[in-house]
Design a protein around this ligand. Sequence first.
Ligand SMILES: [Mg+2]
Length: 292
Amino acid sequence: MKRIHIIYNPKAGRSLRDMGEELGLELLKRGYQVSLYRTQAQGDATREAKERCNAQDVDILLAVGGDGTLNEVVNGIFQAEQQLPLAPFAGGTANDFCTFLKLPEEPWDYVHHLHRRAKSHMIDIGKVEDRYFINVLASGMLSEVAHKTDTQLKNILGSFAYYMEGIKEFITRGLYNKIALQSDDYHYNGEYVVFMVSNSRTIGGFKNLSPDASINDGYLNALLIKKAPFKSLVEIAMNLDQGAHVDNPYVDYFTTNKIHLVTDTHMDVDGEHLELTNATVEALPRALECIF
Ligand SMILES: [Mg+2]
């Protein structure tokens, strides 16, 4: 009998439902042994994941929250002496990684999927200094906007809050930051709008932002939107949904397994703020067992 431990962030979602409990009940009906941990503060999911991995007293960690919760659980797994397999459930306002995996969002459907169809896969993980990420590292004005937007406002207004904050930022400070990028076969030194190193294709709700990215090819996909004439930026923005933005002359898009960056603005991993402006990002090929 499989023992599934749910790490649930009750503050992550927009819904008033108790997703942790609903998933737990569905799992019990299917004969799993279930335990449930609720996070209360930042860092709880990391600590809990690390403790369960070290104790090896469960078989699977089921992360229930948004991309931030998932990031915390992944970091806990990698801080531990031994790993446990990770099953991700989309229970937050931003669920890019689960969206990429096309996972069911209703507890009954999800548990049915987990029980009947899901398989274990070894997936790549990104690492930046001592921090791990499952989906994306991002830097630049656009990603900074996400952090300055008040959480309450985000929940109420959704993406509209981002736009408002974006416009405010654009007016007060301008669109561009500086970045220096260096890898074995690529370098850039100049102004930019956004830089991302991603594992999956789905970022910021855009399903094809890294249009041909694979989570088990051993590489991360780098995307740089450079300083460009306003007309080109509009073209890039309009092509984001289809993934055609990567063909724009002001966009560099390539795979990498290691890249160094220095920037004058902040970075984030899976939407979580990172206190770094100078860092090496690398791919850890097939480093995590993920169930989906
Ligand atoms: Mg890849």
